[in-house]
Design a protein around this ligand. Structure first.
Ligand SMILES: [Zn+2]
Length: 406
């Protein structure tokens, strides 16, 4: 590495360590920020010589990144931004901290994918899904798909691993010359009713979809979920034993296996490593408190709420909503979520914007009770499971009350 990059790496690691020591989080954002101030090309220097996979999409990228990093661990040490800092500052910090590893798996915010592809020259890019997110700042879904498509067009050597079930992802990836398709399902269809190529309606039947006005249609996936397992490109079925709940996570495992296969890792080698992942920065964590088994589910946009309902058991459920800066200030997306799956269980609500949620639940015909704190929620339910579904900062608040559970 050039001298400037070496100095920048060293200062970046020191700043991150100081920030951690001061109790200001994990320090990855400030560490990366300082490193990039000293050497604007630092991310490229740190990426050089590593075989890299990037993982992007609206939902599931933190979990899929963690699973893919676990799978690639078969081959050797893997650098990864496991704290979810998914912009170039976080990538820089993660690579600086990891030292010289042969591999890296990086979660990338969908808006930064083009820049991170340019700077890190990845071997593989995994595209998970695109749906509406943070209405006051995120790009429209069709614009994101166009940005991805342009980004990939400039890098014909990249292997793309993409979700065959999401028409927007298929359209974005389709121009690439080396594509592996996986099928991980798509619960949320409201952002892909119209063909991004021709503007005609998209029809769906079973798991299939096709445009009614042009040739765009669902490609045949090489990797797919079947029952509690994954079918590989040779047609062999593998049982997937995860500690993470729900069919959504079997889909994330299928994606991770497809990514790892691009590096030569066989499913049979990777699967035991996937089963060791218990929770990711508090997501899916289970904590026992006062006889209650509390499970934490993060949901931050309409598609991820649908997935959380699918994962949650039929048990008392606490919903917590904030609208602070990391969450986005606009809560009107609550009206995009159908809360009716909760009609058969006791529902508690809390958070800064609990009353926005209250109005939404009343319109949806869901009975609920408002509680002022997480402690009150625990006291309000009988011993046994309490499911907690919260958006970003609400999740972090509850995680802090549980002593920063991982
Ligand atoms: Zn079309």
């Amino acid at each position: 590495m050039p001298l400037r990059a070496k100095v920048a790496t060293s200062v970046s690691k020191t700043a991150a360590a100081l920030s951690r020591a001061a109790g200001r989080g994990d320090g990855s954002v400030i560490g990366g920020w300082i490193g990039l101030k000293i050497d604007p090309d630092l991310l490229g220097h740190l990426a050089a010589g590593r075989a890299i996979a990037l993982v992007s999409g609206t939902n599931g990228k933190t979990t899929t990144t963690r699973l893919a990093a676990a799978a690639l661990g078969v081959l050797g040490p893997v650098a990864t931004n496991s704290f979810g800092a998914n912009m170039p500052t976080g990538h820089t910090s993660a690579l600086a901290k990891a030292g010289a590893t042969p591999f890296a798996v990086l979660e990338v915010d969908e808006h930064y994918l083009a820049r991170v592809i340019d700077e890190t020259n990845p071997r593989v890019v995994a595209l998970l899904n695109l749906s509406r997110d943070q209405l006051d700042r995120a790009k429209e879904v069709a614009m994101m798909a166009q940005m991805w498509r342009s980004a990939l067009a400039g890098h014909p050597d990249v292997s793309v691993v993409a979700n065959a079930d999401d028409p927007m992802v298929v359209w974005a990836a389709r121009g690439s010359s080396h594509i592996t398709w996986f099928s991980a399902g798509q619960r949320w269809h409201d952002d892909s009713f119209v063909c991004p190529e021709s503007g005609h309606p998209i029809e769906r039947a079973g798991g299939d979809w096709w445009c009614t006005g042009c040739p765009l249609r669902r490609p045949q996936p090489q990797w797919r979920v079947e029952d509690e397992g994954v079918v590989d490109p040779r047609g062999d079925w593998h049982l997937v034993k995860l500690q993470l709940p729900g069919s959504v996570n079997i889909g994330n495992a299928a994606t991770a296996l497809a990514v790892a296969a691009e590096f030569g890792v066989r499913a049979i080698e990777a699967l035991p490593r996937l089963s060791t992942v218990a929770s990711i920065a508090g997501r899916y964590a289970q904590v026992d408190r006062d006889g209650r088994n509390i499970r934490l589910l993060l949901a931050k946009n309409p598609a991820s709420w649908l997935e959380a309902f699918d994962m949650a058991e039929q048990a008392p459920t606490l919903l917590s909503i904030n609208a602070r800066d990391p969450d986005g200030f606009d809560t009107s997306w609550l009206y995009d979520v159908d809360f009716s799956p909760l009609h058969d269980r006791p529902v508690l609500i809390t958070g800064d914007r609990a009353f926005d949620l209250a109005v939404r639940l009343e319109v949806n015909g869901i009975a609920f009770r408002h509680v002022l704190s997480f402690e009150e929620a625990i006291r309000s339910v009988p011993p046994g499971r309490l499911e907690v579904i919260a958006n970003y900062t609400a999740f972090q608040d509850i995680r802090a009350e549980l002593d920063r559970v991982n």
